[in-house]
Design a protein around this ligand. Structure first.
Ligand SMILES: [Zn+2]
Length: 525
């Protein structure tokens, strides 16, 4: 596999952590703490000796930095205040961006929850990490052989904990790898049954951002303070209308539109009338959905703000690198698509902000960066380390440092072209109307080089698309007829990066071992 080709391990020079030595030091300090708070003369002498020891053994090094990664599910960049949206939606995100670095052009590598998260957590494009789909009985699980950010930080002596809010981030998809604590407690809600073709509904297996935050706060309060930690918190509220904020938190965004509970009542009372009044009027539906959507993002942002406030009160912020992004965006009616799963920019352009020690303050980065760059950047910032093998992303710290100084990046400091794919387009985002399903018989591959974006339709090549994202950010004018050479150039580059010659077979033969295992778990009939 291309990304796993072993190359000589390159280490960043600032800090070279020695976990065993650090653990020994932690043990010494823990022992010291346990002997009591009053220092006797003997204790003071011992303390002086202890403090002198590390200096004798190695050059002084800054303490390792904690890492907090927050992922908002299904959150378009343009809904947040700092990206030109309503400032009332995202005060916590906007404040974080103001005290750190905001990336104006960050790209997801997929618009499907587990696939995109796997790229965030491994630094690998989907064809290299192997988790390709949400639905399906094959290629939905991150192989145990793929190193994750959590596993790497664990090796470096970190405590690791994840608090996720929905089934698509659960253990089933292998996203728990490297986490000692993996909390996916959805309050006993039953998982949706997975059909023979592997199509699932996220259904009830999700929880509110407030509940996820409570669990994360409990863990933070009880953690071992002698050790650095990596905490991942995933919020699902914006994903669909099932999770919605308390009514008073919806009101400021609804602007006279009916609240969700009223819509539900109307649907129950008279489904035909409901469809006639709402669903059949796309403009009305879009307008209403966007209001509810902003309320949901705002609710998750509020909960993230609680988390930051707790870190601040604890004095932990100065030792903590924080990264906030989303896994992908949402159609909300753009390109005639309500949900996600396809690859237009309302789905792939994600928010990304970093803050904390080592992160330039008050910096806006215009350069296009990718989800696969996030894990290498966090490893670099937190521990001065890397994955120890080649990944598809690069650390963005050199780029940030150059831009903060007003300099141009040097060779190798700018991320390369951005890749994304959608290899199964099954049923997504039907809103209320069972007759509306978003099914496309196709496989999509994206290659963005500079401002040109190529969308290869693998099964229907004649539908492939080319857009100039600078001149046409809304992707309305397909340039294939007028710029065929550019289309060919990007297609060749994409093919070179990831040959798409083999069919991806998602079918599951009878008597297959995987099928039997799923059957025994009650996942398939
Ligand atoms: Zn998602």
């Amino acid at each position: 596999m291309k990304a796993m080709t072993r190359k000589p391990v390159k280490r960043f020079s600032t800090v070279n952590l020695l976990p065993r030595e650090r653990r020994r030091r932690h043990a010494r300090f823990a022992a010291m703490r346990d002997t009591g708070t009053i220092l006797t003369a003997r204790g003071a002498a011992a303390l002086a000796l202890l403090l002198s020891l590390p200096a004798c053994l190695e050059a002084p090094s800054p303490p390792p930095r904690n890492v907090v990664l927050i992922t908002f599910d299904t959150t378009r960049a343009d809904v947040l205040g700092v990206y030109g949206g309503d400032a009332a939606v995202s005060p916590a995100f906007d404040a974080l961006a103001a005290r750190g670095t905001l990336f104006l052009q960050a790209q997801a590598q997929a618009a499907v929850t587990p696939v995109a998260h796997a790229s965030i957590l491994t630094g690998l494009n989907p064809y290299n990490h192997g988790l390709r789909t949400l639905h399906g009985n094959r290629l939905y699980h991150l192989p145990g052989t793929i190193p994750t950010l959590a596993a790497r930080l664990q090796d470096l002596g970190y405590d690791t904990a994840a608090f996720v809010s929905a089934f698509p981030c659960s253990r089933r998809f292998g996203l728990d790898q490297g986490f000692e604590v993996f909390d996916a407690d959805f309050g006993g809600a039953p998982e949706a049954r997975i059909g023979p073709a592997g199509n699932i509904s996220t259904g009830l297996a999700q929880r509110d951002a407030a509940a996820t935050t409570e669990s994360a706060l409990r863990w933070l309060a009880g953690r071992d303070r002698e050790r650095p930690y990596f905490l991942w918190v995933h919020y699902f509220d914006p994903h669909d209308p099932l999770l919605r904020p308390p009514v008073p938190r919806q009101e400021p965004f609804m602007d006279g539109f009916p609240r969700f509970s009223e819509m539900e009542e109307a649907l129950t009372r008279d489904p035909e009338r409901f469809v006639a009044d709402y669903v059949k009027d796309p403009d009305l539906m879009r307008s209403w959905l966007r209001r509810l959507y902003r309320a949901e993002v705002s609710w998750a942002d509020t909960q993230m703000g609680r988390l930051f406030a707790a870190l601040d009160a604890d004095g932990g912020l100065e030792h903590t690198v924080i990264a906030v992004t989303s896994d992908h965006g949402e159609g909300l009616g753009d390109h005639d698509w309500w949900g996600h799963g396809i690859l237009y920019q309302e789905q792939l352009h994600v928010p990304l902000a970093l803050a904390g020690p080592g992160v330039p303050r008050d910096l806006l980065v215009q350069d296009r960066v990718r989800h696969v760059d996030l894990a290498p950047t966090l490893l670099h910032l937190a521990a001065g380390s890397d994955f120890g093998h080649k990944v598809d992303g690069i650390s963005l710290l050199p780029l940030m440092t150059r831009r903060a100084a007003g300099d141009e990046p040097r060779a190798g400091e700018l991320p390369g072209p951005a890749y994304a794919d959608a290899v199964t387009l099954m049923r997504y985002g039907a809103v209320f109307d069972p007759g509306v399903s978003e099914v496309r018989d196709d496989q999509l591959y994206v290659w963005i080089d500079s401002n040109l974006k190529w969308i290869r339709h693998r099964l229907h090549a004649d539908r492939s698309e080319l857009y100039d994202l600078e001149a046409d950010p809304g992707e309305q004018v397909n340039l294939v007829p007028v710029r065929p050479r550019d289309a060919g150039r990007l297609d060749r580059a994409l093919e070179e990066e990831h040959p798409m010659t083999a069919e991806i077979d998602f079918s599951l033969p009878e008597d297959d071992e995987v099928r039997q295992r799923l059957k025994s778990l009650g996942y398939v009939d």
